[in-house]
Design a protein around this ligand. Sequence first.
Ligand code: DGL
Length: 264
Amino acid sequence: MIGVFDSGLGGLSVLAAIARDLPRADLVYLADTAHVPYGNKPEEFIRGRVLAIGRHLVETQGCTLLVVACNTATAAAVNELRLQHPGIAVVGVEPGVKPAARSSASRRIAVLATEATARSERLARLIREHAAQIHVDVVPCPGWATRVETLHLDGPEFLEELRSTVAPLLAQQVDRLVLGCTHYSFLVPQLLPLLDGRAELVDVAAAVARQVLRLRGHAAADAGSGRLTLLATARPERLQAALPALGLSWLARRAHGAAQQAAV
Ligand code: DGL
C-alpha cells in the first residue's frame, strides 16, 4: 500500500501522476483538511502533523511507502518522518530548482511557494546546491493554496494577483517558474496564458512518480488491485467532490467507496 498525503487537495497532482504510472497499485490518499493550509503555520506544528499522519498511514492503513506530496511538509519534517519509520521508504517533494536551473537559458528562475517553504532552510540549501551560479527569485504566494482548496480559481481579482506576481518576473527575463507547492499544479490553466511563451512552468509531480517506481521497482509497486482509498481529517465529502472539479474524474472512478473521515 502506498500512502500519499498533503494538507489538502494539492497532493492530488502527485497522486494522479503515481496512479497514471501504476494502474494496479493500491493507494491511499490523506488530505489534512482540518489543518489546511500548512504554508502559514509554524514549522513545529507542521512537523507534528506530518509525524501523526505518517504513523496513521503506516499503523492503520498498512502503508509500506509514504509520499509526502507537499513541499511545505517535506521542508518541515521529511527527515524526522524517515527517522520515525526506518523500515519504510519515504519520498518527499521538493521544488524543481535543479531542472529549472539546468534548462534556463536566461539563467534567471523563480520559485513560487508557500510562506513556510519560501523561508525554509531546505529550500535555501536546494538553491545553494543546484542554482548557486544563477539568479533565483523566491516568491511566497500567500493564499494561493487556499484558492485551490476552495476551488475558486477564476475570479478576476485572483487572476489579477497571478498576473501581478508573474509580470515582474517575466520583465526580469525569468524563463523558468518553479511550482514549489503541489496545489499550484492546479493553477497551470490560469498561469500558462500569462507567460506568453516567455517562460516555462516546472512541476515535479511526474518526477516524484518516477522516484516511487525507482524505489520499488515497477512490478512490486504495481502489484495490487488498483484500489484508491480517500481519507480527509475534515469534510471528506469535499475531497470526493473536488476530484471531478479538478479534472480527475478518472481517478475518482478508481476510488473504493466514498471518502472517509480520518481521526488523526
Ligand atoms: N501543497 C502544499 C505544498 O506543496 C501545502 C500548501 C499549504 O497547505 O499551504 O507546499
